[in-house]
Write a protein that binds this ligand. Sequence first.
Ligand SMILES: Cc1ncc(COP(=O)(O)O)c(C=O)c1O
Length: 378
Amino acid sequence: MRIADFALERYFARWEFAVKHVLGASDVEGWSMAELLELADDETRAMWSGLKLGYTESTGHPLLRAAIASLYDSVDPDGVLVFAGAEEAVYCLLSTAVEPGDHVIVTWPGYQSLYEVARAAGAQVSLHALREEDGWALDVDRLRRSIRPTTRLIVVNAPHNPTGMLPTVDEWRSLAATCAEAGIRLFADEVYRFLEHDGAETLPAGADLDERAVSMGVMSKSFALAGLRIGWLATRDHAVLERCARMKDYTTICSSAPSEVLALIALRARERVLARSRAIVAANLAVLNEFFARRADAFSWVRPRGGSTGFPRLVPGGPAGSSADTFAARLVEATGVLLLPSSTFGFGDSHVRIGLGRTDLPEAIEALDGFLTRGPDV
Ligand SMILES: Cc1ncc(COP(=O)(O)O)c(C=O)c1O
């Protein structure tokens, strides 16, 4: 398969482990092993200490699939397929759910694999642009108008990376109803689900709204365990998972045994795990709202409604300049603070992604603030 480079991952490959502060990260500060193991119940503690490091069940450990299924109202454990992160799930789903010539609509700017894998599979991809002037809102009517007779799949990431977009429950239901009526599969990338900034706004999962819809989740973001590399697809349509399972035979075959047990521990203790993530994000959001109010000369800021990222724009003529690429390059060289310029989303040169999930954010913002005050050439 020929596929374009994943620009964001290439940028991270260059910088992520060479800098002091990854201010552009999308994950939440990871748990330590010791703290996570303290959350184990009797059963999972015994599973951990008696774990044999052989191959695991290709579909995922039955207890893990049951814990994942409990995140949904209408998905049973057989409607869950476990993957190595969400990224493998994206790859397996998009490379099996569309045929050459099929039309796919994907929210944009966004996580590149959500449209790139579909393109590589031969699909015609329409990007549904979120517009800053609309507060990055999903425009369901406009999206509906881009449906063609050949549209097979609509891919929506919500809460959204990088903008923090979160549709209202009504918008979300109406989109799912449109998909159901038109026989189009909704692929709901819900990796930031449970990180809605107003907890009352958690959307019903796509898989609960339509029997053909597929929801995707992962341990990396809301559950703050990116290093486990455990993600999943959840759906009532078991046939689509069957096709993904056949593709997974060519990618990882099965998940890492220790990661499955650790993911199970976290999911069983999910209220505590999610409360920690929400507290980190809420504290960082307060710092950012204050910073962006004070530095309106440099950035314009649409407050994110969910997830662990935001997407401020550089104000032309302001102290950050007008090129996100140039600003991010100068900032990282001078301070070791890494932002993600919008070119890594193929989305112009005016925005940067900022992450809300890392505990060193206040320190990173202080360094960024100092850099702005000193001027880029200092
Ligand atoms: C919207 C979205 N989907 C999928 C993924 C992939 O998640 P993971 O890296 O845990 O596989 C990411 C990661 O940043 C993401 O932001």
